[in-house]
Each structure stands twice: as C-alpha cells, then as structure tokens.
Write a protein that binds this ligand. Structure first.
Ligand code: ADP
Length: 379
C-alpha cells in the first residue's frame, strides 16, 4: 500500500515536471495542492511559495475577490460555468502584470473530498493566441470592418449631401431665370435643367436612404455582465503585451454589474480604447500603466474608463478626436474613436476624454445599467 502511494506520488511529480501546459490542482477551499513547473515559469511563483495558498492570488480583481464564491456556488448548485467548458480569462503574475490565458478545469472527487485541476495555456504567444482566440477575435474584427465601412459611408453620405443640395438650388435658380426667356432653345434648356434637378434630388434620396439604413444598425442589445465583457475584451486586447511590461489594473465597481448592451459592439469599443492606450504607451519609455475601471452612477448609467500613462493627446487632434479620419498615426485610419462614439451613442450613452492626473489620458463612456428585474440572458 505504501509502495503504491509512493509510486503514485512519483508519477504525479513527474507529470507536474513535464506537462507542457501549466497545471494547478486546488482543493475545495481554493487552496493550491500542486503547481507544475510550467506554472512556476508562467506565474513567477515557486511551488513552495504557492502551495497551501489560495489560488485567487493568481488572478486580478474582480475575479480575485469572487473566486471563493464561485467555488462555493458550484459545490452548492453543481451548475457548471467553466468546469469542462474552458474559457479565455486574465491571469496575474507575481510581479503584478497580467496576461490572457486559456483555462480548462477538470474535477476530481476522492472519498468525500473535491479537487479541481486547472490546465492553463498562455495566450500571450501570438501563434497560440491566433488559434485560441480566433472565435472571439473574428467576431470582433468582422464587426469592426462592418462598422468601419458604415462609418465611412455615412461620412461620405453627409459630405456629398451638401454639394448635392447646392446643385439642386442652383438648378432651381437657373430654371426661374429660363422661365423669363422666350424662344425654342429656352424651352429645351428649361427641360434639361429640370431633368438635371430631378436627378440631383434622386441622388440625395439614395444617400438619405443609405444613411437611414446605416444608422438603424444591426445592434442587438441584451442584458450582459459588464465584468465578463471587460474580461473578454481585455484578454483580446492584451495579446502580445507580455514583453512590453504593461501593468494592467482593474477597478470594477460591484454595483456596475449588468448593462444593456450589444456584446460584440461594446467589446469593440473596449478593444479600440485599450489598443490605443497600449500603442501610446509603447511609444514612451516611462511607466506603462493601463487602468480599466467601472463605476455605477446614480442616473441609471454605468461609466467605464480606460486610462493610460502615455504622452497624452496631441494638441492638433484633441478637439476633433471622435470625428472620422482624424489621426496622428502614419498608418492610422482615424476611424477607431469615431466608431466608438457611434456605438456608444447608439446605446444611449456618451463618450469623452480627460487628461489623467500625473500624465496620460482617460477615455470614459457611459452605458445604461440593466434593471434588476430585467431577466438575465447571460451565461
Ligand atoms: P487611429 O488609431 O487610426 O489613429 P483613432 O480614432 O482610434 O484612430 O484615434 C485617433 C487619434 O486619437 C490617434 O491617432 C491619436 O492621436 C489619438 N489617441 C487615441 N487614443 C489615444 C490615447 N490613449 N492617448 C493619446 N492619444 C490618443
């Protein structure tokens, strides 16, 4: 019996040393039982530092505060939200930096004890990321292209409408003048000018219809969990940031929980804002602090903020940031923020920007909080 136990232990030890994914076993209180060699490298903790400690220290806020509750709820209800399913979540290393990871959880019942095994794949690596995040990414990028197209068409429509109105006014003027002139050619001219005016009106109608179609949009709003939206979007936006030493902190207000939103569109807003924040920080050599926060507001709205410690706004674009085609980047389209504004306003919210005390920029937007009695369609 003792020999069998020793063999089992040696076997487990060898598995933990060689398993390519990070593997962590916890008990039903969330305390770490085993921690593989890859997990040590990934999180920066040694086995001795972490075994016996609560697993929550490997995750950022708000999961950190909620994790004990997640286990309890599972043990009470047996309702699976992640076990056996696998999800992209954010992990936190010993030095406080965070990274996107794919987590699969298995369950083990021994006598009357429960254990959970977590397999973790680091998604910072671009290649793996491409596979694991493909689904989430393709949803969001597909949507981004669609909205970028819409934004461009809508701007063009607006721009073209003005000269068309001018053309039509001039033609009406010409028609009036021609009415005072006698002769055969005046009749022909009046007819031609009249037809030209009709065509200008028709072009205007086509454009108006296009704008109406675009502003109607395809947005599908549901009650969504804001922390979950933020978790997914930041995992997506943080891809490839491991080597750049970006320190991400989340300050999520527990009251700002459910919102009325089109999940993919709001993720698109968040990814745009986070990517912009990362880009601006990569250009400066100073601290790289990305802050993502939420706050519940008394007027039935919640506010989401994305702050960075970058160089701040370039004065030449500061006043027109949310207009289409405004950019300071060589390869920029200048559409990101105007798309953000279109999406947020279509949700009944506002988006604005402020300077960050101590340097950098804070983008904020508001969303409608979902009322408690509204049925949850999440999970
Ligand atoms: P693009 O990224 O293609 O330039 P955006 O609409 O997303 O388009 O951004 C427009 C401009 O706003 C950027 O070119 C940049 O000058 C400025 N900007 C956006 N986010 C930030 C930020 N976090 N800090 C400083 N400037 C920013």
């Amino acid at each position: 019996m003792k020999a069998a136990l020793q063999t089992a232990e040696a076997l487990l030890h060898s598995i933990l040393q060689t398993v390519p994914d990070a593997m962590i076993v916890i008990d039903e209180r969330g305390h770490v039982e085993s921690f593989s060699a890859t997990a040590e490298r990934l999180f920066g903790y040694s086995v001795d530092e972490i075994v016996g400690k609560n697993i929550r220290q490997l995750m950022p806020t708000p999961q950190r505060e909620q994790h004990d509750g997640y286990i309890r709820r599972y043990l009470d209800t047996n309702e699976r939200r992640i076990i056996g399913i696998g999800r992209v979540v954010v992990g936190q290393r010993k030095d406080g930096t965070t990274f996107p990871m794919h987590l699969t959880i298995g369950e083990l019942k021994l006598a009357d004890k429960h254990y959970f095994t977590g397999f973790i794949r680091d998604l910072t690596d671009q290649q793996l990321t491409e596979i694991r995040l493909k689904e989430l990414q393709s949803e969001v990028t597909h949507m981004s292209r669609f909205t970028a197209l819409g934004e461009m068409a809508s701007t063009l429509a607006h721009e073209i409408n003005q000269p068309l109105t001018a053309i039509s006014n001039y033609l009406k003027g010409c028609q009036r003048l021609l009415e005072r002139i006698e002769g055969e050619s005046a009749v022909v001219l009046r007819d031609a000018v009249g037809k030209a005016a009709d065509q200008a009106v028709r072009a205007g109608q086509i454009i108006r219809r296009l704008r109406e179609f675009l502003s109607r949009g395809e947005s599908e709003r549901r009650v969504e969990s804001l922390p979950k939206l933020i978790e997914d979007a930041s995992a997506l936006a943080l891809i490839g940031t491991k080597e750049n030493g970006i320190d991400v902190s989340f300050r999520l207000d527990p009251e700002a929980d459910r919102v009325l939103a089109d999940r993919i569109q709001i993720q698109q807003v968040l990814v745009n804002l986070i990517r912009n924040a990362i880009e601006v920080m990569l250009e400066s050599s100073g601290r790289r602090e990305l802050g993502i926060g939420t706050a519940w507001k008394a007027d039935g709205m919640v506010e989401v903020s994305v702050s960075d410690s970058g160089a701040g706004l370039a004065p030449e674009v500061a006043a027109s940031l949310f207009q289409p085609f405004v950019t300071t980047k060589q390869k920029g389209m200048g559409l990101g923020l105007s798309i953000c504004r279109t999406i947020v306003e279509a949700h009944g919210g506002k988006i604005w920007v402020e300077g960050r005390p101590g340097g950098g920029t804070v983008f904020r937007f508001s969303l409608r909080a979902a009322k408690v009695e509204e049925p949850s369609l999440v999970e």
